[in-house]
Design a protein around this ligand. Sequence first.
Ligand code: MIC
Ligand code: SF4
Length: 641
Amino acid sequence: MGYSVCYKILQAHLKEGTLEPGKEIGIVIDQTLTQDATGTMAYLQFEAMGIDRVKTEVSVSYVDHNTLQMGFENADDHKYLQTMNAKYGIYYSKAGNGICHQVHLERFAKPGKTLLGSDSHTPTAGGMGMLAIGAGGLDVAVAMGGGLFYLTCPKVINIYLTGTLKPWVSAKDIILTILQKLTTKGNVGYVIEYTGPGIKNLSVPERATITNMGAELGVTTSLFPGDEITHEFLKAQGREKDFVELLPDNDALYDKVIELDLSNIEPMIACPHSPDNVVTVESIKGMKVDQVAIGSCTNSSYKDLVTVAKILKGKKIHPHVSCILAPGSKQVLHMLAKEGYLADIIESGVRIMESACGFCIGNGGAPISGGVSLRTNNRNFEGRSGTKDAKVYLVSPETAALSAIEGKLVNPLDMPKESYPAIQLPKTFIIDDSMIIPPFQSDEPVFRGPNIGQPPKTQALPHTIHAIVGIKVGDKITTDHIMPAGQRLKYRSNIPEYAKYVFEMVDSSFATRALEYKEKGMATAIVGGVSYGQGSSREHAAICPAYLGVKIVLAKSFERIHTANLINFGILPLVFNNESDYDAIQVGDSILIKDCIQQVEKGNTVTLLINNKPIECTLLATERQRKILIAGGLLNYTTLH
Ligand code: MIC
Ligand code: SF4
């Protein structure tokens, strides 16, 4: 049997283990990316490792999440990143240059290489035939230092695309259709590889929309082959030399094959509050819309925004709608401006935002109370927009632009076929990397403003853990529930301050309670349902609870990145062996783990005494991760080894 593209890349980067699905493997990382919200902590941790420069082929640090400089905090963080990056060999992409994933796709991604990014949407670069994986900042710091990245050797699902999309249907509708089928649950441990004749009809940015939102499925990553379409895109980006052809073998082995005919796909919409709550636009068209937000790393490529401009040309945004647009990169914004499209967008009454994450992370653009917001981004978790009771729907740029004009949800298929503005990719993009500062160009000392704290220190695993259940939550708790972003984002470099907001939107007294237990010498336990920790790579959702004294998270199941983050900061991720134990457990219950070190050393079954009654749980950790837990976290473990 031959190899898939995924296994070809894994094979070429394998340094530990064997390529057997389910087994832990260690791979070499060629490129890393960070963004400012996860980056400061990742670089502080890198500095703590005492290495003098990065060992990767390329490492890039982007400023895109926290570009609103209300107060000194973000400005100081950016200056820390710039000076630290210059010293250690890292490219620095300034605020305004664009969203990490889009800029990386345009300027750095290469077929056949591995990329590790401290952001869950790192798989965007899978649209370029890269094996691109999201992880916590500490894992990225270790990779920058030349350490391997460990993952569970994946099973591969082949999505075999045939046919061509109908006019007015686009890449977003493909991934929403897949989310409807596969949902956000149960896909941990898989990679999705797209093949088939249908992929020839999808440009690299369209492929990237699909791999970007693969993050919402919970898969390790998604990728397309490196083919003539990839070649064309790299040529247009002035990077032809970065092309290598990378196709699956004809007899490539896949664990599952799903066939999808693109010509059957309709405009789709994800309803509140989950990206898999997908229905057809047709089924709810006519719904009144208060806000339309266009942009994000999912949908703000040149093609997306020129399509929007052509739809809006000569029309006006509906008087009841507030429409905002944040271009994904300076390259795209520059081209829209040069080619006159920006004027059409402005004339229609759209508010132009900076090339950054902005509204997607709740940094501006919050909708009205109870309002309906149509967005082209990838996540519609409750409260993420900044308005707790807003109803956020995820759609394609086509659906968004048409609905902004009408003030209500429009099915693009109701438009005449011939009026669809089919856009060709330009033969050459405008290339201007002046906002990407190469390393070693200045010897300014590393700047540390008062917002820059120290990476938190964690303690080795104790012999006995006595914890109190501090909170019990339900299914699908996202990292946005655990560690809110938006206006709290500016505290990312200051753990004691940010930790005050753990579970702010779920139970605002949690942090105070956990600190009280800590003062009394006790730990805190969190109890969760299915898919605990889904969503982002935000390691703060582990660091801040660890700071508050959380030692145990007991849940029905966990998401991949969050599990690794918990272990990296010395928290035990435990799965109930018997789900009825979840029902019985209450806030305030006492949990005792005796002989903790021996139990963790011995294997994956851990016995807990809940109010003195024994229950068994499974520790979600490999042998290597059990050693990390005993050391009290990855930083302790790395400096010891
Ligand atoms: C997100 O989309 O949720 C974020 C904000 O980009 C996060 C990273 C973060 O929390 O900084 C992600 O996707 O990992
Ligand atoms: Fe930024 Fe949103 Fe993309 Fe996250 S999902 S990287 S917040 S644009």
